[in-house]
Design a binder for this molecule. Structure first.
Ligand code: C2E
Ligand code: MG
Ligand code: MG
Length: 577
């Protein structure tokens, strides 16, 4: 900004112009002159003055009109105007105010007054510009002008603050470096401007995502962005963030009628495992980023020390689990349940299996908890329910004696508000008679403490029972095993957990617990299913306790549909073993 203020004097009288020049000659202003209104407007555009001294009485376009035109021109609307009128011409001053003048002076000029007025206005003007410039400089020092995102220096400042608060709150701080794959190619082939526009769009997308997930984003150079956030659950939050970023960035962008899809790679470092200093964390995230790029792009990598094997495996699992339903990788296996005194198959439990092309067969004990945390258990559970009901109906239609099918319910599913409808829909879809459906709930589902919650559970169970559906408590004995809740809830049966069955009859404690559970169930008029029965001795002990139903490898492992069909064909109404 130049220190010298420019003053534009618009006056038709030569003498007046000369007078002003003389009066202000010692003040150090740059003076511009115009002889009439038109010229005044033109020079106002050309010389960007700090102040216009405008004579009212001029032939042609008078001062009022000049002022009005200035005010309607966005570039000149804010230009300070001092209007020069004849002495004590009140009416002209009123009109001047209407046309937008800021101040008035009268002719002939008073030397002191002229200097003082002009000095005040130009000084105010200079001050305003100074403040604006400082703000601009501060902005430039901290923000990236293209995307409006914080730049590296502001990021480091914020990171330092976040780290010191994380030290106190014992939180983890995640630094995720994100870089667009093949951005250089887009820049080279479609031009820099298109590249810039794309960065702007990516910046906006990132801002939207990270704000939703409680993080911040900065742009630290070219096509590299940094996402930062605090968390106490690294595995869950990082994978959610990374997946969300991967998905959103690769959404199509239309630029100058080009449809562009760009993917991204990410490197992740975490405080405190990968460093306690902002710069170190950034460097380590960058190292991980390079590794993500070489490992095939459109993916993310951790700076090694962060994540132990388990966490990494789980992240891979989560990534894969999202696609599970659409890629038909799930199957339902069926394990027969046998009546203990007759040896007849009276039902079966539906057990989910995940056959993954690379990971192989993934156990439900591994992926169900992950699916629960991700909310994916709802669609997965619904799929199992429909598949199992339908398959059971198919066996009935094929002429096999009707069997009951037991389907496991996770507590997340049980809490979902649509559960009743989902079950009814599955029954309608499969045309299965509800009396051939049993739901296996875990003890934890029934452990609600609030009165309202308990009432909701009771009314849901009552409604399910009234349709004809049976309710079993799975893994009984591993939870809180409180007698009182069993009395409260309308259930049909208990499944003794495998861990008790495992060591009977040899282990005295387990034998005593098993005895007690069976007795307890019978006193509540519930029947008992023993799971995990593998040996003749276990079977005999359970038979001696009048445990009604037996399930376990002793009779059969869980079988795929084809093998289960074969077993039904082979066994028919006959006794197993
Ligand atoms: P669970 O409901 O207690 O199922 C019984 C588990 O014991 C099954 O394991 C079964 O294969 C296994 N098992 C059966 N007989 C024997 C035996 O004689 N010896 C031994 N050692 N094991 C036996 P699986 O199929 O791996 O399922 C594990 C758990 O995953 C299930 O425990 C259940 O909690 C859950 N799960 C399975 N399918 C589903 C499902 O569709 N939805 C939900 N929410 N959970 C499911
Ligand atoms: Mg079960
Ligand atoms: Mg069980």
């Amino acid at each position: 900004m130049s220190e010298q203020s420019t003053i534009l004097i618009v006056d038709d009288e030569l003498v007046s112009r000369y007078t002003v020049e003389v009066l202000l000659s010692t003040e150090g202003y740059k003076l511009e002159f115009a002889k009439n209104g038109e010229e005044g407007l033109k020079k106002a555009v050309e010389s960007s003055p700090d102040l216009m001294l405008l004579d009212v009485m001029m032939p042609g376009m008078d001062g009022f009109e000049v002022c009005q035109r200035l005010r309607s021109n966005p570039r000149l609307a804010e230009l300070p105007v001092v209007m020069v009128t004849a002495l004590d011409d009140r009416e002209s001053r009123l009109r001047g105010i209407e046309s937008g003048a800021d101040d008035f002076m009268s002719k002939p000029y008073d030397r002191a007054e002229l200097r003082a007025r002009i000095r005040t206005i130009t000084r105010l003007n200079r001050y305003r510009r100074l403040v604006e410039t400082e703000e601009k400089l501060a902005y430039l020092a901290n923000y990236d002008t293209l995307t409006g995102l914080p730049n590296r220096s502001l990021l480091l400042e914020r990171l330092t603050q976040t780290l010191s608060s994380a030290k106190r709150t014992k939180q983890n701080v995640v630094v995720l470096a994100l870089d667009l794959d093949s951005f250089q190619i887009i820049n080279d082939s479609l031009g820099r401007e298109t590249g810039d526009n794309m960065l702007k769009i990516i910046g906006q997308r990132l801002t939207k995502i990270v704000e939703r997930l409680g993080a911040t984003v900065s742009r630290i150079g070219g096509d590299e962005f940094i996402v930062m956030f605090e968390t106490d659950n690294i595995v869950k939050d990082v994978s959610e963030m990374a997946q969300c970023l991967l998905d959103n960035i690769s959404r199509q962008i239309t630029l100058n009628s080009h449809e562009i899809v760009v993917t991204s790679s990410m490197g992740i470092s975490v405080y405190p495992a990968d460093g306690t200093d902002g710069k170190v964390l950034l460097k380590n995230a960058d190292t991980a980023l390079s590794r993500a790029k070489t490992s095939g792009k459109n993916t993310y990598q951790f700076f090694t020390t962060t994540m132990n094997e388990v966490a990494l495996k789980r992240l891979i699992l989560e990534n894969q689990l999202r696609k599970v339903l659409s890629q038909n990788e799930l199957q339902v296996y069926y394990q027969p349940q046998v009546e203990s005194d007759t040896g007849k198959i009276i039902g079966m439990e539906a057990l989910i299996r995940w056959q993954h092309p690379e990971l192989g067969l993934v156990s439900p004990t591994t992926f169900i908890p992950v699916a629960e945390e991700m909310g994916l258990i709802i669609p997965i559970g619904e799929w199992v329910l429909r598949t199992a009901c339908k398959q059971n109906k198919i066996w009935q239609q094929a002429g096999f004696p009707p069997l009951r099918i037991s389907v496991n319910m996770s507590s997340k599913q049980f809490q979902s508000p649509n559960l009743l409808q989902t079950i009814k829909d599955a029954l309608t879809y499969s045309e299965l008679d509800p009396t051939y459906l049993e739901l296996e709930l875990t003890e934890s589902i029934l452990m609600a403490e609030e009165g309202d919650e308990i009432n909701n559970i009771i009314s849901l169970l009552t409604e399910l029972r009234s349709i004809g559906i049976k309710i079993a408590i799975d893994d009984f004995g591993t939870g809180y095993s409180s007698l009182s809740y069993l009395k409260r809830f309308p259930v049909n049966s208990l499944k003794i957990d495998r861990s008790f069955v495992k060591d009977i009859p040899a282990d005295n404690d387990d034998a005593a617990i098993t005895k007690a559970i069976v007795a307890l169930a019978h006193s509540l008029r519930l029947y008992v299913i023993a799971e995990g029965v593998e040996t003749q001795e276990q079977l005999e002990f359970l038979q001696s306790q009048k445990c009604e139903i037996i399930q376990g490898y002793y009779f059969s492992t869980p079988l795929c549909t084809k093998d289960m069909t074969k077993m039904l064909e082979d066994v028919g109404d006959k006794i197993l073993r």
